[in-house]
Design a protein around this ligand. Structure first.
Ligand code: HEM
Length: 240
């Protein structure tokens, strides 16, 4: 009798979704919002190179806590510690996201049939988030580990990394994947938690944001490559 009641309880919970699943959902949304906002800030700070080497230099000094040091110079240890924090958030985000991956061939087939059968835009958005999430699983840690082990940032130091250490190749793949993933992610969070009534308007805004961030990222990347090409090795860090 006891076994039966336990069995009933088990199937009952399985049908409803366990409390852990609701918690995992909230963790995924919260870490996703944090990472999405971080990306928006990151791409803007990093694109300050478009205003010249000096502007980028001052942005980096400010973000590395220059106002708290006696010399006024930033401290790369700030970048190191912050990068470790972002790595932990990314790991948590990925860990809770993994449970959403279709695990078996049958599930992939069902997803494909579903996508072909209906032309629902949100299902397509979900599919692209799945694909870009898979790509990010491999690419994002490479970049974040580099920032942990080599946290030196500056107009020349970054240009050297991008051009001479070939990080441009990583960034050219990372940029579209992360921009699409983060923007669709923010859209889906807004829809999921009922923050928006007009999905169509939000979808348009997200498309504009994707094009804007891609343009910003590509122009910055070109700028780092051009600076990198003009540098003589071994480079000397830029000082205004
Ligand atoms: C706290 C950790 C991070 C730091 C300190 C950081 C710093 C930087 C810096 C300084 C650059 C410019 C090039 C260079 O110096 O190598 C850059 C480029 C880039 N980062 Fe990060 N980053 C971090 C985390 C992330 C994360 C989590 C993502 C997304 C998954 C990301 C995506 C990118 C992309 C796509 C570029 C190239 C942008 C472009 O094409 O203009 N970064 N990052």
């Amino acid at each position: 009798m006891k076994v039966n009641s336990l069995q009933y309880q088990h199937t009952h919970y399985a049908a409803l979704g366990s409390p852990w699943s609701a918690k995992a959902d909230r963790i995924q949304s919260a870490t996703g919002i944090l990472l999405g906002c971080f990306l928006l800030a990151h791409l803007h700070f990093e694109s300050s190179i478009l205003f010249g080497k000096e502007t980028f230099y001052h942005v980096v000094q400010f973000l590395e806590g220059g106002m708290f040091s006696s010399t006024g110079h930033g401290m790369p240890i700030v970048t190191k510690v912050f990068s470790i924090f972002i790595m932990l958030v990314v790991m948590l985000h990925a860990a809770v996201a993994l449970r959403r991956f279709p695990a078996q061939l049958g599930q992939w087939r069902a997803l494909r049939n579903h996508m072909q059968g209906i032309k629902h835009k949100d299902s397509h958005a979900w599919f692209w988030q799945l694909v870009t999430g898979f790509i990010l699983f491999f690419l994002a840690p490479v970049h974040i580990f580099t920032m942990i082990t080599n946290p030196e940032i500056g107009p020349h130091l970054s240009a050297e990394r991008v051009y001479h250490a070939n990080a441009w190749l990583l960034y050219a793949l990372l940029l579209p994947a992360v921009v699409v993933h983060a923007m669709i992610g923010l859209y889906r969070v807004a829809v999921k938690w009922g923050l928006i009534r007009h999905r169509k308007g939000l979808r348009k805004a997200i498309k504009v944001l994707i094009i804007y961030l891609m343009t910003l990222g590509i122009l910055s990347l070109i700028s780092y490559i051009m600076i990198g090409r003009s540098l003589v090795l071994p480079i000397t860090p830029f000082v205004p």
